[in-house]
Design a protein around this ligand. Structure first.
Ligand SMILES: N[C@@H](CCC[C@H](N)C(=O)O)C(=O)O
Length: 290
């Protein structure tokens, strides 16, 4: 039956990115890909990412957080989901700052001075083609040239690529709404140059302080917001010398502020985390899970 039957969950969102949080810190059970998919099934609780808190592995951390996309795949990083997890633990503990561990490493989170906003230190971006990863060598990842058959939109051939713990490709366009991202997204996500697939973003630089964007997420499809994509996009724009180190990023579900801090190379993402409802998983959801 697995780890989640009859277990409590919180449904939250980070600027419209649908997040389910499950606290399994008192258990040694792990969530399988099949269980994660069962939660996302029509009878379950719709989500883009399922954030599962497991017992801490490193002293000084609150939890090891495993992150599942709704196709059951696991991600190393999820900015919006981490703000939701942080809000839940801030409210439970009253602490002022928290450290979590993810497959992307240790992440520090704190409450912003503005009420209702939370900051996650997403760590350092990576640009080397081996770290993103790409299937072949590209010396300069500020732009790479993709060989793409069925896409006849030239701007969708030369993205910037960045790892923010997970792989991102950012396509710079004049208007983020004219391209059919639901059609191009899956083709680009699964392009052979991305051996671990990639999150696909269309972004427009409004001015040095403002970017608009929308994302087709690896493993989750079109979402209202992707926090790590906002960080990757801000960093890529700074690398191209087209944005300042602190930039406001507008996504379909709301806005984030992203700072790529010069002194330690870390990327700080600030935004809200909204609590929607809580519940208990119906065991019937997992009846066919091995
Ligand atoms: N929505 C997330 C990103 C979640 C993971 C992503 N789909 C991946 O597989 O890399 C965010 O807010 O960062």
């Amino acid at each position: 039956m697995g780890a989640l039957a009859n277990h409590a969950f919180s449904k939250m969102n980070g600027i419209g990115n649908e997040i389910v949080v499950v606290d399994l810190r008192d258990s040694s059970a792990a969530v399988s890909a099949e269980e994660a998919r069962a939660v996302a099934s029509p009878a379950g609780v719709p989500y883009d990412q399922l954030m599962v808190l497991q017992p801490p592995r490193t002293s000084g951390t609150e939890a090891f957080v495993r992150i599942y996309n709704n196709d059951g795949s696991e991600a190393n990083a999820c900015g919006n989901g981490m703000r939701c997890v942080a809000r839940q633990i801030f409210e439970a503990t009253g602490k002022a700052a928290l450290t979590f561990e993810t497959r992307a490493g240790l992440l520090n989170c704190w409450r912003d001075s503005a009420p209702g906003l939370y900051t996650v230190d997403m760590g350092s971006p990576k640009f080397d083609w081996r770290d993103i990863p790409l299937a072949e060598e590209f010396r300069d990842t500020r732009y790479i040239e993709l060989q793409i058959g069925p896409i006849d939109a030239p701007v969708l051939h030369s993205p910037s690529v960045v790892s923010m713990g997970n792989p991102h490709a950012i396509f710079w366009v004049d208007d983020i709404d004219v391209y059919d991202l639901a059609r191009f997204g899956p083709l680009l996500e699964n392009h052979p140059v991305f051996p671990e697939r990639a999150n696909i973003t269309l972004a427009h630089i409004v001015d040095r302080d403002h970017i608009t964007m929308r994302t087709w997420e690896r493993g989750a499809g079109l979402t209202k917001a992707c926090g790590s994509a906002a960080c990757a996009t801000a960093v890529a724009a700074v690398r191209l010398k087209r944005a300042n180190r602190i930039v406001h990023v507008a996504l379909p579900g709301g806005s984030l502020t992203v700072e790529w801090r010069e002194r330690d190379d870390h990327v700080l993402m600030t935004g809200p985390a909204v609590f929607e409802y809580e519940g208990t998983f119906d065991p019937a959801l997992f009846a066919s899970v091995a």
